[in-house]
Design a protein around this ligand. Sequence first.
Ligand SMILES: *[C@@H]1O[C@H](CO)[C@@H](O)[C@H](O)[C@H]1NC(C)=O
Ligand SMILES: *[C@@H]1O[C@H](CO)[C@@H](O)[C@H](O)[C@H]1NC(C)=O
Ligand SMILES: *[C@@H]1O[C@H](CO)[C@@H](O)[C@H](O)[C@H]1NC(C)=O
Ligand SMILES: [Cu+2]
Length: 429
Amino acid sequence: MRFLAAVLLLALPAALAQNPPKCGAMHERRSAHSLSPAEWQRLGRVVYQLHRQGQFDRFARAHNVVFDEVHGTAAFFPFHRRFVQEFEDLGRRIDPGFTIPYWDTPRDYRDPASSPVLQRDKLGRDGRVSDSCVLDGVQGGWGSLFPGRHCLQRNFNDGDSILPWVPPEMISSYLQSDRALGLFREHIEYGIHGAVHLGLGGDAATPFAPNDLFFFMHHANIDRLWWQWQIGHRSIFDYNGPGPDGDATLDDVIPESRDVNFGGERVWSTMVLGFGSMCYTYDTAPPAPNAYPGARSRATQNNWDMPAFVLSGASNTTEASLEVARIHAAFDTAPGLKDLFPGVAALEPALSRDGAQLGDRGVQLGDRGARCNSNNKDMLEARKLVYPAPLTSAWIEMHGFDSARVKQLYDEGCRLIDMLNNSTYESPY
Ligand SMILES: *[C@@H]1O[C@H](CO)[C@@H](O)[C@H](O)[C@H]1NC(C)=O
Ligand SMILES: *[C@@H]1O[C@H](CO)[C@@H](O)[C@H](O)[C@H]1NC(C)=O
Ligand SMILES: *[C@@H]1O[C@H](CO)[C@@H](O)[C@H](O)[C@H]1NC(C)=O
Ligand SMILES: [Cu+2]
């Protein structure tokens, strides 16, 4: 016995060095849509201080330095997770209750300029016509240092409005059907990620995008979706794609620069929320695990018994449950949808029971398809999806993306929308 204990004690330090410790306190990131005016004011006070300290400038310059390493590569998800968390920690030194709100941008995809987030007392509106300077919102009148001294700028990509982003249903399809992380990363990075940067324009459409607070809120949302994918596929440690020397591995160093330095930290330290420095969760996404997941397993499970609440990327659980129930109902008229929404297809038995529950979040499947509107032509049209705006060629070149690949994924996305549009499906968004 004593011998065994000694062996265990010797083995222990190595294990501890591998697994980051569980967080003492956890912080909840909430949807920017749900912040009260008082909460926006509190957020405004923190970011004002961060700006005075030069943190926005620092993060903008850092993002530009590592730009090529963290876009179009596997590092896209872990780098931005670590980067946003670093910024959030700085905010917590000013206000211990600070968290970055996430911006559920697909929710606003039809007409992003009218988003409740882009209002004068919140994130602010478009820059002014003459010079694109942002004059209202929590960053109204700000100056930025990089790439050169200038006012913080926004320049919506469609005059006074913003071209459509990506419908929530497309995100849900990616969450369910992308079994390889690499494919999910491409779908997110070439889709909603680029669409939002381009839509806001100005600083947001440059490698210095962290000058604009939207950057942190947008990347928090992307991080939330990645976490949902990790949990939904029971594949927390899945990591692959282009890396620093060929194929990426969990032992790669997180890209860093003099400005924002993680001390040589490895990618694997970012993989599990609730451990190490990842002391946050999301209000809608799955909670952090109680114990560090064992064995750093990389196996992707090919079954669909995933928790039902991860089937949709929507932050509003009422809308998420409507979406899932209506997609399920649309299988009757468009069986091809089952391949695009395999998670919903796997719910079949549960759905045949009355009042089935979707996961632990109390999401009810009461509404089976809301066909009551099917005679109302206007309503029906309003409930059809619209295509997202494609990435611009300038954006594709700036990132060195493979433009044929970007186009292929975009076209596939349009077919998904066609299929939904051709079915009985009516979008709750
Ligand atoms: C969620 O969506 C429903 C239906 O669209 C809406 O009535 C409700 O206000 C939303 N809740 C929040 C917190 O936004
Ligand atoms: C979807 O269908 C509606 C109604 O038929 C139509 O107005 C809309 O243009 C369609 N959208 C796309 C992207 O095809
Ligand atoms: C949608 O319907 C139109 C008109 O019936 C048809 O031309 C098109 O091929 C359909 N698209 C899909 C994806 O089913
Ligand atoms: Cu980035």
